[in-house]
Design a protein around this ligand. Sequence first.
Ligand SMILES: Cc1ncc(COP(=O)(O)O)c(C=O)c1O
Length: 510
Amino acid sequence: MPLTPISKRLSGPLTPRGCTNVYGSRFASEHMPTDRLPEDEMPKEAAYRMITDDLVLDGIPMLNLASFCTTYMEEEAEKLIFESANKNVIDHEEYPRSVELEQRCLRILANLFHSPEQNGQTTAIGTACIGSSEAIMLATLAMKKRWKNQRKAAGKDASQPNIIMSTGVQVCWEKAAAYFEIEEKLVPCTETRYVIDPAQAVDLVDENTIGICAILGTTYTGQYEDVKQINDLLVQRGLDTPIHVDAASGGFVAPFVNPGLVWDFQLSNVVSINVSGHKYGLVYPGIGWALWRSADYLPQELIFNINYLGADQLNFTFNFSKPASHIIAQYYQMIRLGRRGYHAIMGNLTRTADYLAAHLQNMGFFIMSEGSGKGLPVVAFRLSTSQSLFFDEFALSHKLRERGWIVPAYTMAADCEKMSMMRVVVREDFTQSRCDSLIRDIELALNALAGDEMRRVQRYQAYVRRLRSGSYQLLMLSRFVSSHMVPEKMGVEQRCIEVTPLITPPPEEA
Ligand SMILES: Cc1ncc(COP(=O)(O)O)c(C=O)c1O
C-alpha cells in the first residue's frame, strides 16, 4: 500500500482544533518554500519559527573574525534602528530631521578629516551611501568626469582614462574600473611589501590618469598606505593628480589611535575620502560615507535635482531609496561616544590585536600586519617555515571552524598569490578574554592537526609495509603502477613512494 505523506494526513491550519504548537503543525513536516511563492498563508508564529530555526545554521556573528562589519551595538542604538526602520531618508520633505542628522554626520566627518573651512564652515560636501563600495564608485566616477571635462576643455582626447592603485585593493576598485571603463594601472605588492610603493605609483602618472587610490588600512593586512608620501612626491613633481583615500576601515581608527598620522584633507591632492560607518564607525551594515574636499571635485553632471517628493532636493547616490535608520544610528554613536569613546574603544582593540599578534608569534607564526596602532587592529599571519608543518592555513582555518571561529585563510593579492595567510579582524566585541579563548583554540587546533598528520603518515607507512610484504598486494600495486604510467625504469620501492600518495588512504588501524 503506498504511504500517504505525513503532511497530507496531518494538514490543516494552526487553529484551536489542530495542534497550536508550531512543531505539531504541518509546517514542521513540510519543506519550506524555496523557489515559488506559496499559494497559502502561513501563521506568523510558524513563519517566524521556521526562519529562526533555519538561521541557526549561520555562523555566530561575534565569532566571525573575517568580517570588518559591526556585530555589536548598544540596546539604545538597536532601539533607534528598529524605531526608524520604516523611514526612507530620500523623502527629504517627510523626514527632514533624519536628513539633518545625515548632514550633521557629514560635517562631523569633514571636521575629523581636516576639511578646509571657509568662514568657519567646512567646504566639504558628501553623502551617506550603502557602504564604502558605493562611495568608492561615486568618487571614481567623479574623478573620471572631472578629468574628462578638463581634457575636453583643453581640446584633448579623453577616451583612455586610467587609475593607479596597488594590487592589494579591495574588489570594489576593480569593479569601479570595469564598470566605468577605466584602465587599471597596478602597483604590484611583493612578498615583503603588501602595500603600494609611493614612488612606483607616482611614476605611473600620465596625462590620462584620473587619480591615485591610497588605502588607509588594506583588506589583506590592515596596513596603512603612505598617503603623505604619494602626495609629497606629486607636489615635488608639480603634478595635481587627485588622490582618493579609501579609508573604509582606517577612517574611524587612525584619527583616534594615531592622530599624528597625516593622510586626509590636510594633504593638498586628497580630493575625496570614503569611510564605512558599518566597520569601525560601529554601526550595523549598510552605511558608508563619501566626502569631497569641496563642490569643485564633484562635477555637476553627477548631481540630480529632484522635486517629485514635495520639494527641490539634490541627490548624487546610485540608489534612490535608503534606510534612515543607519544614519540615525551613526549619529547616535558619534554623540554617545565622542572622541573620548572612540579613542577608548579603538585603543582597546589595538592593544588586543597586539596581544594576539605576540601570542601568535610565540607559537611560531609569521606576522604580516603592523601593530602599535601603525595599522588597523587586524592581525594577519601565516605559518612560518620554521614550524615545519605538513598542513596549511586553509586546514587550520577549517579546524577552527569546528569550534565556531571563523578565521579566514586566503591568498595574498595578485603577484604574490602563492602566499596563503590568515586574518583576524579585532572588532569592538572581541575582548581580551575572548582573545584568550581564540589563542587556546588555535593551540588546540595546531596540536590536533599535527596529531592527524602524524597518524596519517604512520598509516601510510604501515600500508606501504603491507604492500611490500604480500605478493597479492604487490600484484595490485604493479597493476596500479602500470595503469598510472609510472616510468618502468623505477624500482618497486621507488614506485611505492611515488604512488602511495595517490592511493586512497587506508582505513584507520583498529
Ligand atoms: C579597504 C576597503 N575598501 C572598500 C571596502 C568595501 O567596503 P564596503 O563593504 O563597505 O562596501 C572594504 C571592505 O572590506 C575594504 O576593506
